[in-house]
Write a protein that binds this ligand. Structure first.
Ligand SMILES: Nc1ncnc2c1ncn2[C@@H]1O[C@H](COP(=O)(O)OP(=O)(O)OP(=O)(O)O)[C@@H](O)[C@H]1O
Ligand SMILES: [Mg+2]
Length: 277
């Protein structure tokens, strides 16, 4: 045994009746990488990545700095497109359709696949305007609907109680943990299918981190979460599946308990026991 997973059962209690993963079929795969390769100019950053992400599950991606975690996450909603010199081969199938075709609707796909970054990045505007920004882009203009979306999104992100009396105040006045939950609420406001999170608690204190972890656990009832984290305990606590990456390759991918308690690959074991990285 490599790492005993503590606290996981505590978080799992409410989720007792969820489907047994092993019974899940191909239909439960919401997004999938097939033979995905990526280069930044001549340097290859992703090598033959094959990975399937299940609906309503949390998948953690772990691995040492520079192994390609953020690059992989960005591939899942075509955020690497804006990086000059970046070239991609292979497929990312979202609900069965390749994101990387000429006729793929990038704007719609970005709405369906939201991203949360390491550093909370609220827009320098009011809390209300942050939440309604996305819906307005998608042509929702009715005030009543926008107010409903704001309340619903903030409640889903467990921030409503703290901000309901200050919706017109600047989002920049919120604490770091509140700002990160605001960013999650902003992503939820456009009704995504998947939330990509790149080290979402790396800049937060332990209390704010716990709130985000509890929130992620709630979110998976309705959404699929893919999270990059350097925190092994966090990956073990909140994820159903874990993928370990090293030097651009997916070395091992499986059930979180198996990865942390009984990894198949020596590199995985070395990493999660802190022997490198
Ligand atoms: N915009 C870019 N241009 C050129 N090379 C890049 C770019 N972004 C990342 N890389 C390179 O690609 C490789 C993978 O980087 P990536 O940021 O995906 O790693 P990571 O696993 O997220 O690391 P960390 O844990 O430090 O965030 C690294 O060698 C990095 O230097
Ligand atoms: Mg990164």
């Amino acid at each position: 045994m490599v790492l005993k997973i503590k606290n996981k059962n505590k978080l799992k209690i409410e989720n007792k009746n969820s489907l047994n993963n092993s019974n899940k079929s191909q239909d439960d795969i919401v997004i999938e990488c097939k033979e995905l390769n990526l280069w930044y100019d001549d340097a290859q950053a992703l090598i033959d990545i094959n990975m399937k992400f299940k609906r309503n599950e949390v998948t953690a991606i772990i691995g040492p700095s520079g192994c390609g975690k953020s690059t992989l996450l960005r591939c899942l909603n075509r955020m690497n497109d804006v990086i000059e010199g970046c070239r991609i081969e292979g497929e990312v199938l979202f609900q069965g359709k390749n994101l990387y075709t000429k006729d793929a609707d990038i704007r719609l796909n970005r709405k369906k696949i939201g991203m949360i970054f390491q550093k909370p990045n609220p827009f320098p505007m009011s809390i209300y305007d942050n939440i309604t920004y996305g819906p307005k882009i998608h042509k929702i203009i009715d005030d009543k609907t926008l107010r409903e979306i704001t309340e619903r999104s903030l409640k889903r992100a467990v921030l409503w109680e703290e901000v309901q009396d200050r919706l017109n105040e600047s989002a920049m006045g919120l604490s770091g943990g509140q700002q990160q939950r605001l960013c999650i609420a902003r992503a939820l406001a456009v009704e995504p299918e998947i939330l990509l999170m790149d080290e979402p608690t790396a800049s937060l204190d332990p209390i704010a981190t716990q709130k985000i972890e509890e929130l992620i656990f709630e979110l998976k009832k309705e959404w699929t979460v893919i999270i990059v984290t350097h925190n092994m305990q966090q990956a073990a606590r909140i994820s159903d599946y874990t993928g370990f990456m090293y030097l651009g390759k997916l070395i091992e991918f499986g059930n979180t308990e198996q990865i942390f308690e009984n990894p198949n690959n020596q590199l995985t074991e070395n990493y999660i026991t802190g022997r490198f990285g």
